[in-house]
Design a protein around this ligand. Structure first.
Ligand code: GCO
Ligand code: MG
Length: 403
């Protein structure tokens, strides 16, 4: 089999997505998700200008060699743009191989290690009471694990909280990045109250998660982790800026609250120390930004050695193709932890018809060959790309801060 063509489909059915479609001389094609929220054009150009020309004529079955060719062959390694581009190609190649062998990708990765996958969704509100209402709604839908975010008294706009009546979407499609304001003291005072209330209201069986979105220092994170111990979190996510791997040592010395990190990582080197020193409990890297299924399998294997589980980033700013790729990986590995799952707006679901499905708190894969996701190109063409930016964050005195 030979790759005859590869092209990009850039569309915005509710939000921007970049998809690669790799075609072969046997009529089989594979799809990969290359979306990097707020920086979509950079990955599209990396693929179009630099990687696609080298793909034509290659045997799509040589996945490891093609991956190494793009990773080592660039000389300039790593980084979110490079790795998202390689990740999209890798996903598409696994999709092709599955379709050619008429089997789901999880069978190529080792087969089913479980029947279904626990997932968590988001509940958020502008006030504590709004948030409680949302948690109740999600439990009604069958979710057994819920990430709880809330507006903080005294802060006008904050990460993770949706506009009234809308699904949460941080990337704004008109104008320049909008600015949020941050105050760590207010946040640290409020979050324990929030989680105490949620735990008291909904009982001990619900798995609770919370995301600090990289805004704390190690000692602040240690304090928060300690204060949240009583509310038995499934995990506390992204407490500190992810670059500071050794910062987790300090947090770890002070708290037994499980820690998760990794959505902005893109290679094994970003999490090597965190895993081998057992500084985290869950690695949150995802297939698209982590360079594909090929390296993610290796990361999961490293993590398995150190009893770290996976919890792939699955926000709705990665397309259903990436989510499906995560599900195939999740199903096949022993150290799967949980999968983030926000669901998608109807229009996105129509553009990307898929075989995976959600039922009462769990995600399931069918036995469709490949990844089991397609793209409706005609519908996609009706929703062209619109530039969008993620917000920036400033302290109350105007200092630029982590978003
Ligand atoms: C999460 C993430 C997202 C990111 C988003 C950025 O835990 O799902 O923190 O909400 O902010 O993916 O594009
Ligand atoms: Mg997060």
């Amino acid at each position: 089999m030979k790759i005859t063509n590869a092209r990009l489909i850039v569309c915005s059915p509710g939000r921007n997505f970049v998809t690669i479609k790799i075609e072969t001389d046997e009529g089989i094609y594979g799809l990969g998700d290359a979306t990097l929220n707020g920086r979509e054009g950079a990955v599209a150009s990396y693929l179009q200008d630099h990687l696609i020309p080298c793909l034509i004529g290659r045997n799509p079955f040589d996945i490891e060699d093609i991956w190494q060719y793009f990773y080592k062959g660039a000389y300039w390694r790593r980084g979110p743009v490079t790795m998202s581009a390689i990740g999209a190609i890798d996903m598409a190649l696994w999709d092709i191989k599955g379709k050619a062998l008429q089997t789901p990708v999880y069978n190529l990765l080792g087969g089913k290690s479980r029947q279904r996958m626990l997932c968590y969704t988001h509940a958020n509100g502008r006030t504590l009471d709004d948030t409680l209402e949302k948690v109740a709604e999600k439990m009604e839908m069958g979710f057994e694990a819920i990430r709880v975010q809330s507006g903080v008294p005294g802060l006008e706009k904050i990460y993770g909280v949706a506009e009234k009546g809308k699904a949460y979407e941080p990337a704004i499609r008109d104008g320049l990045p909008y600015e949020e304001t941050w105050d760590t003291a207010k946040y640290l005072r409020f979050v324990p109250k929030l989680l105490e209330k949620v735990r008291d209201t909904f009982g001990e069986d619900l798995h609770l998660l919370h995301d600090s979105h990289h805004r704390l220092t190690p000692v602040e994170a240690a304090r928060l982790g300690k204060e949240l111990e009583a509310y038995d979190l499934f995990w506390l996510e992204d407490t500190i800026a992810a670059e500071l791997q050794q910062g987790f040592r300090l947090i770890r010395q002070h708290t037994t609250t499980p820690l998760a990190v990794g959505e902005v990582f893109n290679t094994i080197f970003d999490c090597q120390q965190l895993i081998t020193e057992q500084l985290i409990d869950y690695i949150r890297m995802t297939v698209s930004h982590g360079g594909g299924i090929t390296p993610m399998q290796k990361i999961a294997s490293l993590a398995e050695l150190y009893q770290v589980k996976t919890g792939c980033h699955g926000a709705s700013d990665m397309s259903p193709i990436c989510l499906a790729a995560c599900l195939h990986l999740n199903l096949s590995i022993n150290n799967f932890g949980i999968q983030e799952y926000m669901g998608y707006p109807d229009l996105t679901e129509e553009v990307f018809p898929h075989g995976y499905y959600f039922e009462r708190g769990f995600l399931y894969l069918t036995d469709q060959p490949g990844l089991g996701v397609d793209i409706d190109e005609d519908l996609a063409a009706k929703h062209p790309y619109q530039q969008a930016y993620l917000p920036v964050n400033r302290l109350t005195d105007g200092t630029l801060y982590n978003w």
